[in-house]
Design a protein around this ligand. Structure first.
Ligand SMILES: CC(C)(COP(=O)(O)OP(=O)(O)OC[C@H]1O[C@@H](n2cnc3c(N)ncnc32)[C@H](O)[C@@H]1OP(=O)(O)O)[C@@H](O)C(=O)NCCC(=O)NCCS
Length: 202
């Protein structure tokens, strides 16, 4: 298990029978008790603490009549979706392409394509397009102006990743200095302290 990272863990799950596309970023280290009932498309993010439930334990109550009764259902996640932190996915659900499941949501029914769902139980809320534009606007402000990325690379696979991350840290601390109540002296101290605590950041 240790040899896998969040990009390559898909290989491990495929060995357990899960069907997983390309370019997925998966933080959890298990897909529940029936991983072979899980199908995930391309370019999907599964955040920390997401739970896959592919069986209905409630069938337990019928075991006085049927000793071995068990009930199952698949979980299908289509391309380009985000499953937010600590979401719970129930059996027999399909998450349509380009959709987001909000953090902490409990998904008990299908999520239509291009839809944000959230809550318990998860219900559609707002438009993906509006959310996408909001993210783009925020990144325009939060992206360090002096970061370097080769034309055929992205943030994560650029050879400048480490220096860009350091620039990002400084840039974010500047942007949020007021909220974090950082005076310019305090800001300098915080940057140094961060450097001490995270020595891997060059
Ligand atoms: C679902 C999500 C994408 C919505 O983002 P957004 O559109 O910017 O949402 P807003 O902050 O504008 O909130 C809109 C409304 O949804 C509610 N809301 C937001 N996220 C929610 C969630 N996860 N569950 C329940 N309600 C939520 C807010 O309370 C607000 O309700 P209101 O209109 O009654 O005040 C986002 O909140 C989320 O959960 N992202 C995933 C975070 C995560 O898991 N990160 C780790 C990734 S690796």
């Amino acid at each position: 298990m240790r040899k896998y990272d969040n990009y390559t863990i898909a290989e491990y799950f495929r060995k357990q029978g899960a069907q997983i596309g390309e370019g997925c970023y998966i933080i959890p280290r298990n897909l529940g008790t029936e991983p072979y009932l899980v199908r995930i498309g391309n370019h999907v993010t599964i955040a920390k603490g997401v739970t896959f439930i592919t069986h209905d334990g409630g069938a337990w109550i019928a075991r006085d009549e049927y000793l071995d009764i068990q009930v199952f259902g698949p979980i299908i996640i289509k391309d380009n979706c985000v499953i937010g932190q600590n979401a719970i996915l129930f059996p027999n659900i399909k998450v349509g392409p380009n959709s987001i499941v909000g953090a902490g949501s409990v998904v008990i029914s299908d999520v239509p394509p291009n839809t944000i769902v959230m809550g318990v139980p998860a219900r559609p809320f707002g438009s993906i397009e509006r959310y996408k534009q909001k993210c783009i606007e925020q990144w325009k402000q939060q992206k360090p102006p002096d970061c370097l990325i080769e034309p055929d690379k992205n943030w994560w696979n650029s050879k400048h990743f480490k220096e860009n991350r350091e620039k990002l840290r400084k840039h974010l601390l500047n942007i949020f200095a007021e909220e974090l109540r950082l005076s310019s002296t305090k800001l300098k101290d915080t940057l140094n302290e961060n450097k001490r605590c995270y020595p891997n950041i060059q």
